[in-house]
Design a protein around this ligand. Structure first.
Ligand SMILES: [Zn+2]
Length: 406
């Protein structure tokens, strides 16, 4: 019933009962139990033309919430999401400095204010960050200019150290939790979960975006470089340590070019503002995203820019074909600048994608759709991950214990 409310905010009790095959009596009983646990509440539904009056299921006004944070290249946002999973932005702003301690300090204060306001209703703090994440710690971020950065301070006072790394073999990411990404720091009642922004945006598209309901969703996004994830049955494929999905570092590029990640020939360098600048003979842009946006705007009127954009769109299409061949998604979603890049050079993109597909796939390739959640995708994904944690058996047990103790 809670899953139905997450899937479709505003759903009525009658509709949920029908979908789950519940009798009216059972639906009433379950609803009443969930209401007693402060998990959901009901408001009268607009009268239907036929059938008995029913009610709309909504998150309980005293129910659990998660704090979702999106740490982007140029700014940050902090939101609160109740069990219907829709993040409501509460705070945010541009980075005045990208020094990690400054950024983390600012965001930690915002998280602290929300924790003061919502108290023990806060059941997780879930962070999307424009960085490669392993064991809930930032390993590196070229867009933020960060190397290893520990985000534990975002969890507030009661921080428990992250799992040890070092000489011993890396422990695998704990499984069985929400989407599985993720850090285990912070106090037990509201752990800190940290995920890569593109992974979380893909998760959000697969759970309640344009690819909702598809069993295998490939999400690819272009910002500075390429990111994304494969989401299988609503769970992102995160690998052994949480650092999976770094599609931008597949060697789909020129082996003569060294990527800031340390590898050579990365796809990253072929599809973003850096690639367009290279084709135009410009120096490497300080802000490749803005450079790319400006190039996309100029392309229709400037043949040289149009040609450079076309070359980047070709490399995007070719790379996508490789991922489709390898991963066999039902749907491909494009986030960030991937869709504008495709739209600016649709013929090149389409030809390169078709040409790179194995023959048997060409008659029925997966649809390639613009992401529905836009720049809010990562924030939605952080909320999804946090709520998945709340709704684990352990999470619900802890919530029920808290309710009975107050
Ligand atoms: Zn690379």
């Amino acid at each position: 019933m809670l899953d139905e409310m997450r899937r479709e905010p505003g759903v009525t009790r009658a509709a949920v009962a029908r979908r789950l095959g519940l009798s009216t009596g059972s639906a009433t009983e379950i609803t009443s139990r969930l209401r007693d646990l402060a998990l959901l509440a009901e408001t009268p539904a607009a009268p239907a033309s036929r059938g008995r009056p029913t009610s709309v299921l909504v998150p309980h006004p005293e129910g659990p919430v998660v704090i979702a944070v999106d740490l982007r290249q140029e700014d940050w946002r902090c939101a609160v999401a109740a069990l219907d999973g829709r993040p409501v932005v509460a705070d945010g702003g541009p980075h005045h400095s990208r020094a990690p301690e400054r950024v983390i300090g600012t965001v930690a204060r915002a998280v602290g204010r929300l924790r003061d306001r919502y108290g023990e209703r806060v059941r997780a703090i879930s962070v999307a960050v424009a960085a490669t994440v392993r064991h809930g710690t930032v390993v590196q971020s070229s867009v933020l200019g960060w190397d290893a950065v520990d985000l534990a301070a975002l969890a507030g006072n009661a921080v428990v150290p992250a799992p040890p790394t070092g000489d011993a073999a890396d422990p695998a990411v704990p499984t069985g939790d929400a989407g599985g990404l993720i850090a285990r720091v912070g106090d037990a009642s509201a752990p800190l979960l940290v995920g890569n922004d593109a992974t979380l945006a893909g998760l959000a598209e697969a759970r309640h975006g344009v690819a909702a309901g598809a069993a295998a969703v490939l999400h690819v996004t272009v910002e500075v470089g390429v990111g994304g994830t494969l989401v299988l049955d609503g769970r992102p494929l995160h690998g052994a340590t949480g650092a999976g999905g770094e599609f931008g570092h597949l060697p789909f590029g020129d082996p003569g070019l060294r990527c800031p990640c340390g590898a050579s020939g990365c796809w990253d360098l072929e599809v973003d503002g850096r690639a367009i600048a290279r084709h135009l003979g410009d120096p490497p842009p300080r802000d490749p995203r803005t450079y790319a946006e400006q190039a996309l705007a100029r392309a229709p009127a400037d043949p040289a820019v149009r040609d450079a954009v076309g070359r980047a769109a070709t490399r995007l299409g070719r790379g996508l074909a490789g991922l489709v061949n390898a991963l066999d998604p039902a749907v491909v979603t494009l986030g960030g600048l991937a869709q504008p890049l495709r739209a600016a050079a649709e013929p090149e993109f389409t030809a390169a994608l078709a040409d790179g597909l194995m023959r048997f796939r060409r008659p029925a390739p997966p649809p390639v759709l613009p992401a529905a959640l836009g720049r809010d995708g990562a924030l939605h994904g952080a909320a999804v991950t946090g709520l998945d944690h709340v709704l684990t058996e352990d999470g619900l047990t802890a919530w029920a214990a808290l309710r009975s103790s107050t």
